[in-house]
Design a protein around this ligand. Structure first.
Ligand SMILES: *Cc1c(COP(=O)(O)O)cnc(C)c1O
Length: 417
């Protein structure tokens, strides 16, 4: 046994979690333990990950699309499986599920899109075309002058490309007065990026209420991107009540529906126009964002489940996860671990920030990130610079201890001597 290994075991001995960890397995946590999917039995033991040669990973980084978002809830997977053996008329299905969603979310109308980015594109298409077939066919090159969308300077963001792709230009404004002056004959919409303040740490120069009020006075529809803005659940109702004409949420983040789905809520005429710009029609811009019936049912099941979920219990579970990991890593000298809840409205749920004195624990957060990524099982975490960030909301219950153990071990190793 190397000194390294002895030290790790000695340190681990002080841990409450150590009782559950056989010493021999400690330095080589079995990949199977971390990655065996709860539904692995479905294919009679056939391992599709191995078959195609892709290694699953533990996602302690967050609901990132490149990490496949979030895990669908069992009831979402059940909805997909339970509906996959029948054909339906897709126009009818979108209408039927849309009506149910509108009822559940207390809005005029709703539809399932291929994610929030997709909703941005077809919602914008809807305000440009209405129900005019010629205009729908012409997008993104509508005859006549370029149409304009009003947006606050501080609200420009990566996903505004999905608004521009419908064929509009942004006019940037700062403050209510500039917004008022910017609206003209070519203005077709106002876009509000709900999480701009939390992404950039800069306050909105036009409040939500002012934005809606000014736009309404000028009869300009408003669209709010609230993709990552639950919890709290109430946000699913808040913006349509506030008067926004279009609202979108991602399906694949905390709601844990299909990663390739989202919802678009809003004014009945605009949702109808958005549907005309979407699949299954041939071939408006939204045809490139097809959602199949399984995703539509899956999204419906996810929203129902999200509304019925015990949100306090879910929150307590997240807090408990951060505490378990914090307790483990704090056993290493100088290591501090703090639960943080971002100010919102985006991603307003508990995560963990870990810092240490790098003279004592001689490894940088970036090195930890890299080694976790290269280890077995692979673990993706957040952070960089002076801080290691650990997301707990995307972990399966059985993965919390694996992350706690691995991060602890890595820091303890670096603290020896
Ligand atoms: C995640 C996100 C999107 C994209 O959502 P998808 O459902 O992945 O298409 C758009 N806007 C914001 C603010 C987001 O956080």
């Amino acid at each position: 046994m190397t000194a390294n290994r002895r030290q790790v075991i000695k340190t681990m001995g002080a841990l409450p979690i150590a009782a559950a960890v056989p010493a021999a397995g400690m330095l080589s946590a079995s990949a199977a333990e971390a990655t065996a999917a709860p539904h692995a039995g479905a294919l009679g033991g056939r391992d599709l990950f191995a078959e195609v040669g892709i290694e699953p990973l533990i996602n302690a980084r967050g609901t990132m699309t490149y990490l496949s978002g979030n895990l669908m809830l069992p009831e979402v997977v059940d909805a997909i499986r339970a509906t996959s053996h029948e054909f339906v008329n897709m126009y009818e299905l979108q209408d039927a599920v849309g009506a149910k969603l509108a009822e559940l979310l207390d809005c005029e109308a709703a539809m399932v899109t291929a994610g929030a980015a997709s909703a941005l594109a077809i919602g914008t298409a809807a305000v440009l075309t209405g129900t005019d077939e010629e205009k729908i066919k012409a997008l993104p090159f509508l005859p006549g002058p370029r149409r304009e969308v009003v947006i606050q300077k501080s609200h420009r963001y990566v996903f505004d490309q999905n608004v521009r792709m419908a064929g509009v230009d942004f006019v940037e404004v700062e403050g209510p007065r500039e917004m008022e002056r910017a609206i003209n004959d070519k203005t077709v919409m106002g876009l509000f990026f709900n999480a701009a303040s939390s992404w950039y740490g800069t306050p909105d120069s036009v409040s939500r209420e002012q934005f809606v009020e000014i736009a309404k006075r000028h009869k300009i529809p408003t669209f709010i991107d609230a993709a990552a803005d639950v919890p709290p659940m109430e946000r699913l109702f808040e913006y349509q009540r506030m008067g926004f004409d279009l609202v979108t949420f991602s399906g694949g983040k905390i709601i844990r529906g299909p990663q390739s789905a989202g919802i678009l809520l809003g004014r009945r005429d605009l949702i109808e126009a958005a549907k005309l710009n979407f699949s299954p029609y041939e071939a408006p811009i939204g045809r490139t964002m097809k959602v199949n019936k399984e995703e539509i049912f899956g999204m419906y099941a996810a929203i129902k489940s999200y509304l019925e979920r015990d949100h306090d219990r879910e929150w307590d579970d997240w807090v408990d996860r951060t505490e378990r990991i914090a307790r483990a890593v704090r056993r290493v000298p100088t290591v501090e671990a703090e639960m943080v809840v971002p100010p919102g409205p985006a991603n307003e749920f508990p995560g963990l920030e870990v810092t240490w004195d790098q003279d004592t624990v001689q490894i940088s957060p970036d090195e930890v990130i890299e080694r976790l990524r290269d280890g077995r099982p692979r673990i993706e975490v957040a952070g960089g610079g002076d801080t290691l960030g650990i997301a707990v909301v995307t972990l399966r219950a059985d993965q919390v201890q694996i992350v706690a153990r691995r991060v602890h071990r890595m820091l303890a190793d670096a603290a020896r001597g």
